[in-house]
Design a protein around this ligand. Structure first.
Ligand SMILES: [Zn+2]
Length: 149
């Protein structure tokens, strides 16, 4: 799917959500959605705020934060609490199902986030569903790591 089509699709999903919930269709909400879907990777509130400001648009950090919570509720983005510091966000559509390795530096700070996809995790899920007679609706798997010396 072309990038413009993806943008149009998530835009429509946001409109549907805002209509259903009776929320206002503000330009900021669409702008933040577009900004996230224009990028690859994971962002904290500060990074998204910076990306918006770099387009010459003034927006408060509180608006960014509130909009992210709204996009999260709409299922348009995913939120990760990789460390006890700021939460990270990423798009939820057009993003292959994946898990994360959180690479920490010597000072115990987040250095990099590595995405990986391993079909064995899907197999574990299927085995558990069958063995326990349950339907698993989602999972979060984070490996915390340091570079080998
Ligand atoms: Zn990710």
């Amino acid at each position: 799917m072309a990038h413009a089509e993806m943008q149009e699709l998530v835009r429509r999903l946001l409109t549907k959500y805002l209509n259903e919930k009776g929320h206002r269709k503000t330009s900021e909400r669409y702008l933040i959605l577009k900004t996230i879907y224009d990028q690859e990777g994971h962002f904290d509130v500060d990074a998204i705020h910076h990306l918006i400001k770099s387009q010459g648009i003034h927006i408060s950090k509180a608006t960014v934060y509130n909009t992210l919570e709204l996009l999260l509720d709409a299922g348009l983005i995913r939120k990760h609490q990789f460390t006890n510091k700021a939460a990270y966000y990423e798009k939820n559509f057009f993003n292959k199902s994946h898990d994360h390795i959180i690479l920490m530096n010597e000072d115990g700070e987040l250095e990099n986030i590595i995405e990986f996809c391993d079909p064995r995790i899907e197999n574990i899920k299927k085995d558990l569903e069958s063995y326990l007679q349950i339907d698993i609706s989602g999972h979060d798997l984070y490996f915390y790591a340091k570079k080998k010396k």
